[in-house]
Design a protein around this ligand. Structure first.
Ligand code: UDP
Length: 492
């Protein structure tokens, strides 16, 4: 139990790597700055982070995990399959998501038992607004993507500029934005395109943001100060940008842990040994994050594009159910790349932070997941942007139009929720062209220069006196004052 004067904050993450990683990093940062921290999650989701948390604890920081039981049998899943990262099909995805939604009562009981002073809740739990209000404490909305993308969602849900267009490919601008950001209906997140269970799942999350005490963003001022202002005017609540949290929490730690994996790295991973043989900035890292799985047609085009672009690459391929017929194609491709030493394939899961920070990496092909973007910029890397679903098309606009650190591969349509046979496949020529532009052309050099500048800014912002540093301190002070004034009004 906590000494009564100490600020106690509960963190409630959602179990996908894109949500867990930044929230655990943030929780660890709170603990390092004198806050007592409890992270509520399920056993299999705690495991990959437990070592780092225990290590912080033995150094004297007040941080611990509090476990709730995942109802595996109830949703027809084997024990231990609780992380959405483990889903190899939409069916599994929905079962895990449904299991997570059944944790509500267990979590609410814990809130009552633990007497927190604040709940930092992932966006995916809109009901924590009511829980916090019942306990008389602030609820902070934790958003694991960009300010720009959150503002775009709020603006579009309110003004609906995409309705009334003649065609799905007509361009429209997002209302209330300082830059004329253009989108088409086809590129909108699934929650803004379809009115069904998907928007029913997502829209309440964004609504809950406006009813929160404030919002926490893994961003920093040099990246998004303008959109932080837009956020204030559109969403109307306080927000704190405290990123990049992954660079911050790893700053003094020497070799980085193999985050998100159960096994710690015992020896240097093969991919790093392979990278050691390559020249500085000569290798592309190709990854589509933790959820995306490419169609067979797309895998084939990408393989050809990479083989013929003339640059070395590391490509992370996530396995999926029913992929037997593509295995032989990919195995042959892998063999060929081993022989030519041009490409290295990683099956399923890569030690991404270690790879991105290796000097041989010169750029990344990314699906525009926010964590991958921040991790790339923290390593000074320019990007080839290849958004897939959700808010990733908004993030692409930030990289390409606003920050100018991305070369678009030219994706026209959000496809995640569509059928397996993707109509739109990015062709090998388009892929090779984007690679050449980034790695060889003058324009690519400019892109790289800007990425490096943002990398420098990302280092300064987390130092004492930097913006993200100050924002975190301000938030903690703010919560402490709230706690004190609450105690006073109770004793009166
Ligand atoms: N990640 C990783 N290895 C992989 C794929 C992803 O370590 O092979 C990590 C990555 O570093 C990032 C997170 O998982 O922290 C993925 O988050 P992101 O927002 O980039 O994309 P999402 O998976 O949510 O689509």
């Amino acid at each position: 139990s906590q000494p009564h004067h100490e600020l106690h904050v509960i963190f409630l993450p959602y179990p996908t790597p894109g949500h867990m990683n930044p929230m655990i990093d943030t929780a660890r940062l709170f603990a390092r700055h004198g806050v007592s921290v409890t992270i509520i999650t399920t056993p299999a989701n705690a495991l990959p982070f437990q070592k780092a948390i225990d290590c912080d604890f033995t150094r004297g920081y007040h941080i611990r995990t509090q476990l709730v039981t995942f109802p595996a049998a109830e949703v027809g899943l084997p024990e231990g399959v609780e992380n959405i990262k483990d889903s190899t099909s939409m069916e599994l995805f929905y079962r895990i998501a449904s299991g997570i939604s059944k944790l509500k009562d267990q979590i609410k009981l814990l809130f009552q038992d633990l007497h927190p002073d604040c709940i930092v809740s992932d966006m995916c739990y809109p009901w924590t607004v009511e829980s916090a209000s019942e306990l008389g404490i602030p609820r902070i909305f934790f958003y694991s993507s960009s300010y720009l993308s959150d503002c775009a969602t709020h603006s579009i849900l309110r003004h609906r500029p995409h309705e009334g267009l003649v065609s799905d490919t007509d361009k429209f601008t997002i209302p209330g934005f300082p830059h004329g950001i253009e989108m088409t209906r086809l590129q909108l997140p699934e929650w803004e395109r379809i009115t069904n269970e998907i928007s029913g799942f997502f829209v309440p999350m964004f609504e809950s943001e406006s009813r929160s005490y404030g919002a926490l963003y893994n961003s920093f001022d040099e990246l998004e100060s303008e959109y932080k202002q837009v956020h204030k005017s559109i969403v109307g609540i306080k927000s704190w940008s405290i990123g990049p949290v992954s660079a911050w929490v790893n700053k003094d730690d020497g070799p980085k842990v193999n985050r998100g994996q159960k096994e710690d790295l015992k020896e240097e991973p093969e991919c790093l040994t392979w990278l050691n043989t390559k020249q500085d900035e000569s290798v592309l890292y190709v990854s589509f994050g933790s959820l995306t799985r490419l169609s067979h047609a797309q895998l084939v085009e990408l393989a050809h594009g990479l083989e013929h672009c003339g640059h070395n690459f590391i490509w992370v391929i996530r396995k999926k159910e029913g992929s037997e017929n593509e295995d032989s194609f990919l195995q042959e491709f892998e063999e060929k790349m081993k022989e030519s030493k041009k490409g290295f394939i990683i099956w399923n899961w890569a030690p991404q932070l270690l790879i991105l920070n290796h000097p041989a990496i010169g750029g990344i092909v990314t699906h525009c997941g926010w964590n991958s973007i921040l991790e790339s910029l923290s390593a000074g890397l320019p990007m080839i942007t290849w958004p897939m679903f959700a808010e990733q098309f908004y993030n692409e606009r930030l990289l390409v139009d606003v920050l100018k650190v991305g070369v678009p591969v030219g994706v026209k349509e959000n496809k995640f929720w569509a059928s397996k046979d993707m109509a739109h496949v990015v062709g090998r020529e388009e892929i090779a062209k984007a690679v050449v532009q980034l790695m060889e052309k003058e324009e690519g050099r400019e892109t790289r220069r800007r990425a490096r500048k943002l990398c420098d800014a990302s280092k300064k912002t987390i130092e004492k006196g930097g913006d993200s540093y100050n924002n975190l301190m301000q938030l903690i002070d703010d919560l402490k004052s709230l706690k004190i004034s609450k105690a006073h009004s109770r004793s009166r």
